[in-house]
Design a protein around this ligand. Structure first.
Ligand code: SAM
Length: 616
């Protein structure tokens, strides 16, 4: 069932103040953020209801007031699976299928990996101006034909609409079974889901580049229908690119499709080009206002007011009529809006530049610059798109309060733009680093933003599951629990015995390093702590943090204690080597360390190096 929240809000408000329990936060979030409310309903504090879980059988539960009953009925009626403003960590196909309802999203923007056959690194700057940039492989942009792809292809043959199944079969015959076909198969099954979750008035923007845009257009035509193709937007993403013996490839392609003929649309205006201004806005008033001239008459004669003489000029004699009745022309004359040519002739209307909205935006976007190395919004995430690009798309194809979904959300550009423009949002990414980056971005740029993160471990069992499924993602997640960021690129074979790194400022001029080691396995031994001690010495680290899934042994604790304490220049002392279990960290255990933290957020994501050279 689709929920139209603004309509439901009126209904809810009717139920009276006691339903909006003594919490201003609730009334506020009702208006903008249903997801927050959805999660709140589980807590006693908000509900004030003697109920924590929520289900059909509990609706009439003992102890609830009539209003509370209505409130819960209301929530139930909304039938919400995912609250809005949610970050999902996981494969978007699974998340779409399990958590995003049919026809619940107004706008989808997706910027999937482009089959460029390369890995993308996140760059981290060292805090005290060190020249070397740590690089971590954020995601691998390589699709191979595997058993899984074959299964997905067969699923498309069995379940997709006949045109899509037929098209994929033809693609396979023509493209062959290779990486490109794997990429197209992965995209096809997701596009079907993305169309499903779009509201009937919804739109989809697919960001890609000429590597695969020709194939993707065919795919989109098949999934959305040719008649729902609206634009191929060409975005000039950089000013030049040297490429021997061919023209420099400097543009991306963004396909714009809608689900139907009727869709949300707000015309976007762009400032006029210098060329246009010089050609048309050639006049300037005494007070400096720039203007162009427009006809005051239109073709054809009229017998009413607009056909009459004005200021001695008879438009009928010239086979024309005034654009407005003479009384209005008088008003314009008084306002100084009529232009009289010095050599005589027909007067004209002055159209002032400062009153014009600009020109309607065209499909060739050359006015949104790539993120420069110095840009404040730069996070060091490869393939990060400018917020201005997403602001344009979101403003054109959604309204305030609408739901925007980015199923390949990277470092969260769509989410930041949606948050800024008062939209609800859903973001999905399969890389834990991306999710962590977005959490930090939101906390830093939108401290009042309310959102949920799902898919990341919330208890020991799910942490163990992640460790079993993906060691790297588990380590990235575990070090984030102590505010650290990855240190070396193990995906590329580098292993220095350090999984994470964190910095603390201990005086105005001194920052110390803390190294983090994570063990996701079942077998722990004192030698592991001893190894970390060795690494701390080698790296000249002030402190070390050892994180494990299992409880440390007595021998390990003894080994950690033998490391002694770290003393800051101001004389505070902290255990030099601290052991934590995942369970303790999930229960909010904190690292004992100086409070002036100069680490992750500010130092972490600013790149000063070569990212600009990344080529898709
Ligand atoms: C090109 S980047 C997106 C960049 C983003 N537009 C931004 O401005 O930051 C593609 C992202 O898709 C993610 N990704 C790749 N495959 C995915 C999948 N199956 N499910 C969810 N996310 C995926 C990658 O981890 C990566 O962060």
């Amino acid at each position: 069932m689709t929920t139209n929240f603004p309509d439901r809000l009126d209904l809810l408000l009717e139920f009276g103040p006691e339903v909006l329990v003594n919490s201003i936060a609730i009334t506020e979030t009702f208006k903008v953020n249903f997801g927050f409310f959805t999660s709140l309903r589980m807590t006693e504090e908000v509900a004030g209801f003697p109920i924590k879980t929520f289900g059909n059988d509990r609706l009439g539960g003992a102890g609830m007031t009539g209003s509370a009953f209505k409130l819960l009925s209301f929530i139930y009626a909304c039938d919400i699976i995912a609250g809005m403003n949610t970050l999902f960590y996981g494969d978007n196909l699974k998340v779409l299928r399990e958590s995003i309802k049919d026809e619940s999203v107004d706008l989808v923007y997706l910027d999937p990996p482009f089959n460029s056959k390369r890995d993308y690194n996140i760059l981290y700057r060292e805090p005290m101006g060190s020249s070397s940039s740590a690089q971590i492989t954020a995601f691998e942009d390589t699709w191979h034909w595997t058993d899984e792809t074959e299964r997905t292809f067969q699923e498309l043959m069995d379940t997709a609409s006949p045109p899509l199944a037929e098209m994929m079969r033809a693609f396979r015959g023509f493209v062959g079974v290779n990486d490109v076909m794997a990429y197209l198969t992965m995209m096809a099954i997701r596009l079907v889901e993305l169309r499903r979750v779009l509201k009937p008035t919804g739109s989809l923007y697919l960001h890609c580049d000429p590597t695969a845009s020709h194939y993707l257009k065919i795919l989109l035509d098949t999934v959305f229908g040719k008649k729902n193709f609206r634009n191929e937007i060409v975005w000039k993403r950089t000013s030049s690119h040297n490429s021997g013996k061919r023209y420099g490839p400097i543009n991306d392609i963004i396909f714009f499709y809608t689900k139907n003929d009727e869709y949300t649309w707000n015309t976007i205006y762009q400032s006029y080009s210098e060329n246009y201004l010089n050609k048309f806005y050639r006049h300037t008033d005494k007070d400096g206002r720039r203007y162009r001239l427009s006809d005051l008459t239109g073709a054809g004669i009229r017998h009413g007011e607009t056909g009459k003489k004005w200021k001695g000029i008879n438009p009928t004699a010239k086979g024309r009529h005034w654009m407005r009745p003479p009384s209005e022309l008088d008003k314009w004359e008084k306002e100084g809006r009529i232009y009289w040519p010095s050599k005589g002739g027909m007067p004209a209307f002055k159209r002032y530049l400062d009153e014009m909205p600009g020109g309607p935006c065209q499909s060739n976007w050359t006015d949104i610059n790539p993120i420069s190395a110095q840009a404040a919004e730069r996070l060091g995430f490869p393939t990060q798109k400018p917020v201005a690009l997403l602001e344009r798309i979101i403003s054109a194809s959604s309204n305030e309060g609408d739901v925007v979904l980015d199923p390949f959300c990277g470092c969260g550009t769509t989410i930041a733009a949606a948050e800024k423009l008062g939209r609800q949002w859903l973001g999905i990414d399969v890389t834990y680093l991306a999710i962590n980056l977005i959490e930090n971005r939101l906390k830093e740029h939108f401290p009042n933003s309310k959102f949920e993160v799902t898919g990341t471990p919330t208890d020991v069992a799910s942490a163990r599951d992640l460790a079993r499924r993906d060691k790297h993602q588990f380590e990235w997640w575990a070090i984030s629990l102590v505010g650290a960021r990855p240190n070396n690129d193990k995906k590329k074979g580098g292993d220095t015995g350090i999984d994470g790194i964190r910095y603390f400022r201990v005086s105005p001029t001194e920052t110390v390093k803390v190294v983090v080691s994570v063990k996701g396995g079942e077998h722990l031994a004192p030698t592991m702590v001893r190894d970390l001690k060795g690494v701390m010495e080698r790296e000249n680290a002030a402190m070390g943090i050892f994180i494990s899934l299992e409880k440390p042994t007595a021998g390990m604790k003894k080994e950690a204690a033998s490391a002694g304490v770290y003393k800051t220049p101001l004389g505070a002392t902290y255990p030099k080597l601290q052991l934590f279990t995942i369970e303790e960290l999930l229960n909010n255990a904190k690292v004992h360390a100086p409070s002036q933290d100069e680490t992750f957020k500010k130092a972490g994501f600013i790149d000063t190096s070569k990212q600009q050279e990344i080529e898709y």
